[in-house]
Design a protein around this ligand. Structure first.
Ligand code: HEM
Length: 377
């Protein structure tokens, strides 16, 4: 008994000693980062690009943007659109880019509206990019994005599972089963079969999108014991299901029916079809939201996570897909502080600047109230 009491006492003393040691470790890495910033400064952060001066239809697979397959040192990731834009030189071909470059690339190359582009890019950058160097990888983590802020910041690139990247992708396996960023032919065969069964003339249209989205969720519920299907993943999962029916269809036709040949080009070859023209006008939330709602209405779901295979536990506290501002707040108040619990100095300023850019994207069309995880200045 006396021995046990001594052990307990020892454990308590260790804990008291351990706590300040842990604190000072955290302080040390922050100090390292601050030293780095003091020596090199934080990268200049350009303002987000303005809407295109000429947002009309345009040949985008043009001689100024030739397709060149990614080389061994070029990074590609889970997003067929960004992979393709990098392979055509709308983005740096090595796959490492500043957020403002990505906004410009998706506006120029695919005619995303300015707000819509900023929403996708700045949320991704805050979850996956490096706020010190203002660089993000469109795929795996890489030293090319420079010295990292202190952990728990991940700076994992777009392939980082559990941030923007998540489960039930259409052409990528869930991280539980393997590489979540790489194109998977078996899943693409499912994409083709679903389009053949439900889409007009075998195309991937809104009906095929609704069925494929539903099937991918049902499949992950059955097979992936670690499935996570909550905010913010639910929003990207639904948006990404409709994006190809809009942005991968040639703007001259613009019938929301993606041929399998064009899908093969973007998803697999990371290449625009020959003579490809972008959308005839910038595409904003007003155009995308009704389509995501339409595919949701065909197969409504409640967000949840698997506790083991085929045991989908609903998560009533996560915002629903229809609660756009709730998802914006969840990203800003929960997901980002999860990686940056107490940012200080220049790091905090850089994050706040990017949070401000993100807010400009949700202000007009969705009229969300701004939230401030790290103070207002
Ligand atoms: C503008 C900035 C964009 C960013 C930062 C971005 C990022 C991402 C990320 C991280 C994923 C992986 C999600 C996952 O499946 O786990 C993804 C998937 C995807 N993205 Fe993008 N994306 C952007 C724009 C676009 C655009 C303009 C399109 C137009 C078609 C697009 C189409 C897709 C599709 C279809 C997928 C799903 C792939 C699949 O499920 O197999 N993205 N994107």
């Amino acid at each position: 008994m006396a021995k046990f009491a001594t052990l307990l006492l020892l454990a308590a003393v260790r804990l008291v000693i351990a706590l300040p040691a842990y604190d000072s470790l955290v302080g040390l890495s922050e100090r390292d980062v601050n030293d780095y910033i003091a020596r090199h400064g934080v990268a200049h952060i350009p303002n987000p690009p303005l809407p295109l001066a000429d947002g009309g239809i345009k040949l985008v697979n043009d001689p100024a943007h030739p397709f060149i397959a990614a080389g061994p040192n070029d990074i590609r990731g889970p997003c067929p659109a960004l992979n393709t834009l990098a392979s055509h030189g709308y983005l740096p071909r090595n796959g490492v880019a500043r957020p403002d470059q990505i906004v410009t690339a998706v506006m120029e190359g695919l005619n995303l509206g300015n707000d819509f582009a900023k929403f996708l890019v700045y949320q991704a950058f805050l979850m996956n990019g490096n706020p010190i160097t203002n660089l993000m990888s469109i795929g795996m983590k890489t030293p090319e994005t420079g010295p990292n802020p202190p952990k728990p910041a991940q700076v994992g690139g777009l392939s980082q599972h559990g941030t923007f990247e998540g489960d039930t992708s259409m052409t990528r396996v869930d991280a539980y089963f393997g590489d979540q960023a790489v194109f998977n032919e078996d899943l693409f065969q499912g994409f083709i079969a679903t389009s053949a069964k439900y889409g007009v003339n075998g195309t991937y249209d809104v009906n095929a999108a609704a069925e494929l989205r539903y099937q991918r969720l049902q499949d992950s519920i059955k097979t992936n014991p670690q499935l996570v299907y909550t905010s913010p993943r639910i929003l990207s999962a639904y948006s990404e299901a409709v994006f190809p029916t809009i942005f991968f269809v040639d703007g001259r036709l613009n019938n929301r029916q993606l041929t399998i040949d064009a899908a093969r080009h973007f998803f697999d070859f990371q290449m625009m079809p020959a003579d490809f023209h972008r959308q005839p006008a910038p595409v904003n939330f007003t155009m995308v939201d009704p389509l995501t709602k339409a595919i949701f209405d065909k197969h409504p779901f409640t967000p949840g996570v698997n506790h083991g295979k085929n045991n989908f536990v609903l998560q009533p506290k996560t915002p629903a897909l229809s609660d756009f501002c709730g998802i914006y707040e969840d990203i800003v108040l929960r997901v980002i502080p999860g990686q940056y619990p107490r940012p200080t100095g220049a790091l905090r300023e850089a994050i706040n600047k990017n949070l401000g850019f993100l807010y400009t994207a949700v202000k007009t069309e969705h009229n969300c109230a701004q939230v401030f995880p790290f103070g207002k200045d």
